[in-house]
Design a protein around this ligand. Structure first.
Ligand SMILES: *Cc1c(COP(=O)(O)O)cnc(C)c1O
Length: 408
């Protein structure tokens, strides 16, 4: 059994590589993209075959994924994540009720969309016979790697900056990851991992330093298309850190178009960052091809606290080709949105997801998007992993109860 993969390709120079064997980055030091024989795939697989698949979650898109043998697919019971429309909180955004949909990725195993990318990276590691994986992480990548690798019987070493939220390092350890804190930032964790590759023999699945996490994240785009009846929204707001998701979705739309499975206008892709760490926004505003390192990165939305992205030029390309834009919002705006959407619509957003809502509000106010546009926001993780408001009210059961307290 073989996949439809034809070769790998340097995303910058176009240089071709054989698909077999271990790959990190290209000779130019840039990400490698997986290419498929879409002609043969289109002859042998129809859209209807996908629709009638009973594989769990994104594994229904296996013809467009690189895993050869179904036995190597590592699954933890993935689901098709729902599109939940903002109704009452739409007013807070200045949007029409029902026009803004949240793709709620918090429902995936380990509570974040990192499951998509790491499921693919781990499945390919299994296919390629890798026995030890390592990753530097601010949180969600570590727990997703630990979970899928444990299930595959693969060892993991996970390095987190010392200020990683405890819940993230702990969930990682609880799912079998050999987890260490490092008294530095994510870049230092990455350096230790790449320098240790020869010494220890682990393989790094650091963002875009291997070709397969993008393929997993690509399934967000295919899933969205199928879910919308092979149509796409007018605008996608995506919380952008390393950019795997925005790059992956843009790749998905190109492949689906080439296959003829979609035939619609592609969405405008909006890269959302925090004003405390906005290298992509700065590069977009200045018309640069690459983004400069962002000094002193600081935001509560840890998933998008990424001062330098290896795929910067690919993120910027997707934004520009799609007629989208890049926009930064403050942590204050983010926290206000977490509260508004939780209170008004009962949906607990993670700060990264709330950033997309805050950006959508600004874009509507400034006329960067229209109120007739159908908009999809990505809620990339569960809000349960982040600090929540404390409950401070204590009622004394033995005293007279003041029912005025509850409001009537
Ligand atoms: C990793 C992460 C992001 C950023 O994802 P990329 O696709 O790498 O840009 C956003 N939100 C959360 C919660 C994350 O864990």
């Amino acid at each position: 059994m073989a996949s439809y993969v034809s070769h790998l390709e340097c995303a910058y120079t176009g240089q071709r590589y054989e698909a077999d064997g271990l790959h990190t980055v290209s000779d130019a030091g840039k990400p490698l993209l997986v290419r498929y024989d879409l002609g043969r795939l289109g002859d042998e697989v129809q859209r209807e075959d996908i629709e009638s698949s009973d594989e769990p979650g994104f594994w229904r898109y296996s013809p467009l994924l690189p895993v050869d043998d179904p036995a190597d697919r590592i699954s933890l019971g993935e689901v098709i994540t729902p599109l939940v429309s903002l109704e009452r909180s739409a007013h807070t955004l200045g949007a029409r009720p029902g026009k803004v949909l949240v793709k709620d990725e918090s429902r995936l195993p380990t509570g974040s969309f990192k499951a998509r990318g790491l499921a693919l990276a781990v499945s390919m590691a299994k296919q390629l016979g890798i026995s030890h994986l390592a990753v530097p992480t601010n949180g969600n990548a570590g727990s997703a790697l630990a979970a899928y690798a444990s299930r595959a019987g693969i060892r993991t070493t996970i390095l987190c900056p010392y200020n990683t939220p405890e819940i993230n390092s702990q969930e990682t350890k609880a799912q079998g990851g050999d987890t260490h804190l490092v008294n530095g930032l994510i870049g230092e964790c990455g350096r230790i991992i790449s320098e240790g590759s020869d010494e220890v023999g682990w393989f790094s699945v650091s963002t875009l330093k291997e070709p397969y996490r993008i393929e997993g994240k690509k399934t967000m785009g295919i899933e969205l298309a199928e879910q919308m009846g092979w149509q796409l929204p007018d605008v996608i707001f995506y919380p952008t850190g390393g950019g795997t998701g925005i790059i992956g979705m843009w790749k998905a739309f190109a492949e689906l178009t080439e296959l003829g499975w979609i035939d619609c206008k592609l969405p405008r892709m909006v890269a959302v960052q925090s004003t405390g760490c906005a290298p992509i926004v700065r590069a977009w505003e200045e018309g640069e091809e690459f983004a400069e390192f962002w000094e002193d990165a600081e935001t509560d939305a840890s998933g998008i606290r990424v001062p330098a992205a290896l795929g910067d030029f690919l993120i910027l390309r997707a934004v520009r080709e799609s007629g989208g834009f890049a926009i930064a919002v403050s942590d204050e705006e983010i926290h206000r949105m977490v509260e508004a959407i939780g209170h008004e619509d009962g949906l607990l957003m993670c700060p990264e997801g709330a950033a997309t809502a805050a950006a959508c509000k600004v874009a509507l106010e400034k006329g960067m998007i229209g109120e007739d546009d159908t908009v999809v926001l990505f809620n990339t993780a569960t809000g349960l992993k982040y600090p929540m408001p404390a409950v401070t009210s204590l009622i004394d059961k033995d005293a007279d109860i003041d029912y005025g307290l509850f409001g009537y």
